[in-house]
Design a protein around this ligand. Structure first.
Ligand code: ADP
Ligand code: MG
Length: 238
């Protein structure tokens, strides 16, 4: 089964075409990485999948359902942002539980989901704190925990490690890879970092100026880049 299908998706802001016809299928359980230089449209594409931006044309299908007209909360996705996007006035526990609470899930079930996610991310001791009392790395773990609590069909990560220092970037990357295995979840992960792409991806989608340049497993792209742009980006010696 396919978790996500994009059919001829485009996006224009005014007269600027930012996404120029993207077709893509992401299979259940796949770890798919979007890479490409700054400004090529990675975030815009992810935000259209999330429902944070409307598509200009084309179709977005999640778990067999066309979601073009569905609000983000109805799409069975959870997104993790570079900026964490936690509510400053809420505790870690309440940040993690908010979406389920708003969806009308009963408190014992919300608490159980929070406890499970907190256990997976070693956040138990932090549940009563507010975001201002956490380090950047802890905040990002809370944001990831909040995504897990929602049990989405599709996790969307937009450069989640960019605000962390180098050591934390590696640790958090390894943690995300572990969560992908443990949850058996489908993930789309945006980065402009080749090392992240090569180490995390089942499949890499190379984007350039709003178009898909090449799609393939990391070693396929490394060994058989379609052109010098992909070769330069994936780092294969020419
Ligand atoms: P990336 O995430 O790959 O760095 P983005 O998707 O953020 O790229 O941006 C792609 C292009 O779309 C950029 O040229 C950016 O300036 C433009 N863009 C993104 N969002 C908007 C917006 N809301 N209004 C106008 N232009 C936008
Ligand atoms: Mg971006």
């Amino acid at each position: 089964m396919d978790t996500l299908t994009l059919n001829a998706v485009t996006k224009s802001f005014g007269s600027t075409d930012v996404i120029k016809g993207v077709d893509l299928t992401v299979k259940d359980g796949e770890f798919c990485v979007f890479v490409g230089p700054s400004g090529c449209g990675k975030s815009t594409l992810l935000r259209m999948i999330a429902g944070l931006e409307d598509v200009s044309s084309g179709d977005v299908t999640i778990a067999g359902k066309r979601v073009n007209d569905l609000a983000p909360a109805k799409r069975e996705i959870a997104m993790v942002f570079q900026s964490y996007a936690l509510y400053p006035h809420l505790t870690v526990r309440d940040n993690m539980g908010l979406a389920l609470k708003q969806a009308g899930v009963a408190k014992p079930e919300v608490d159980a989901a929070i406890a499970k996610a907190a256990g997976m991310l070693s956040l138990e001791a932090l549940l009563g704190r507010r975001p201002a009392e956490l380090s950047g790395g802890q905040r990002q773990r809370v944001a990831i925990g909040r995504a897990i609590v929602r049990r989405p069909k599709l996790f969307l990560f937009d450069e989640p490690l960019s605000n962390l220092d180098a050591a934390l970037r590696v640790a958090t990357r390894i943690e995300i890879a572990r969560l992908h295995r443990e949850l058996g979840a489908t993930m789309i992960y945006v980065t402009h970092d080749q090392v992240e792409a090569m180490t995390l991806a089942d499949r890499i989608v190379v984007l350039r100026a709003g178009k898909v340049e090449q799609v393939g497993a990391p070693m396929e792209l490394y060994n058989n880049p379609a052109n010098t742009f992909v070769a330069g980006f994936i780092g294969s010696p020419q």
